[in-house]
Write a protein that binds this ligand. Structure first.
Ligand code: LIP
Length: 272
């Protein structure tokens, strides 16, 4: 058993247990607060799941670091060093969770030397457990998964989101990209969760996903999932992936990734 296996096994148990907190709200959660704007939501369950995960992991691995969505929202620094760092979105797709739309998940990425080496994306409502470890493949409920082999944009199903910002410049880019993807791809889908959109690419159900404005906690697990399923993660303009850039593009093949990068309008949010 490697060190990563040991870290992963502890995290997996904690994630499965924390999933019960989400399962208690299958039909939605009508008590929530707003964060950066009226569509950026947080619930008590987001907080409890994150506290459960960070509490359990820090007890077992006191030298590890943490970047959690709600800890950062509460003022903690979003700082990535070379140390083993757990990058956590306790409820990815909180808007879905609030509405009882069953596409939300716990997303936990383990990042060492600034690269994701293990990932867990768990949708407890639909019992979808996506996992990956460096060099060991990607799995859905224990069954190995692979990206599609789609190379051309005109044959690609693309997942992307409007996001949780009503910033005018961003909305202009979102609407422009909606037009560009609809007219050049096979179709578009939006699950309302960056982590689950990336998991769909790893599963081969979607052929590519891109989004501007997400944070490290939305994509740390999805990055390793896609790569271990045989796909690629890059910057949406075509360069190397940067987990703190708040920009992501992942795809089944590099050919598709680069064609999509050339097709979409770009947006550059402030970094994490
Ligand atoms: C969500 C992301 C989603 C994005 C939303 C939001 P949250 O994460 O996963 O892709 O479009 O704006 O950021 O806030 O539900 O954890």
């Amino acid at each position: 058993m490697t060190e990563i296996d040991e870290y992963f096994d502890v995290a997996l148990e904690l994630v499965k247990n924390a999933g019960n907190l989400i399962k208690d709200h299958v039909f939605g959660c009508n008590v929530y607060e707003v964060k950066s704007c009226e569509i950026d939501l947080v619930t008590e369950i987001d907080q409890k799941v994150e506290q459960t995960l960070i509490g359990g992991l820090s007890k077992r691995f006191p030298s590890h670091k943490f970047i959690g969505e709600e800890s950062v929202a509460g003022g903690a620094k979003c700082e990535l060093t070379d140390d083993p760092t757990w990058v956590i979105d306790p409820v990815d797709g909180t808007m879905n969770f609030v509405h009882g739309f069953p596409h939300n998940c716990i997303s936990v990425g383990l990042v060492i030397n600034k690269v994701s080496v293990a990932g867990i994306v768990y949708n407890p409502i639909l019992e979808q457990l996506f996992t990956a470890k460096k060099g060991q493949g990607a799995f859905l409920n224990g069954k190995q998964i692979h990206v599609s082999q789609t190379k051309e944009l005109k044959k690609a199903l693309i997942a992307f989101e409007a996001g949780t910002s009503r910033d005018e410049e961003k909305m202009k880019v979102v609407l422009e990209n909606f037009k560009r993807v609809i007219s050049s791809g096979h179709g578009m889908r939006a699950l309302g969760s960056a982590a689950l959109n990336m998991a769909m690419v790893a599963l081969g159900g979607a052929d590519a996903n891109f989004e501007f404005g997400i944070h490290a906690w939305d994509i740390a697990a999805g990055d390793i999932l896609v790569r271990e399923a045989g796909g690629v993660c890059i910057d949406p303009a075509g360069g190397p992936f940067d987990i703190l850039s708040r920009r992501v593009l992942c795809a089944s093949t590099m050919e598709l990734a680069q064609e999509l990068a050339k097709t979409i309008a770009q947006y550059y949010p402030e970094r994490d």
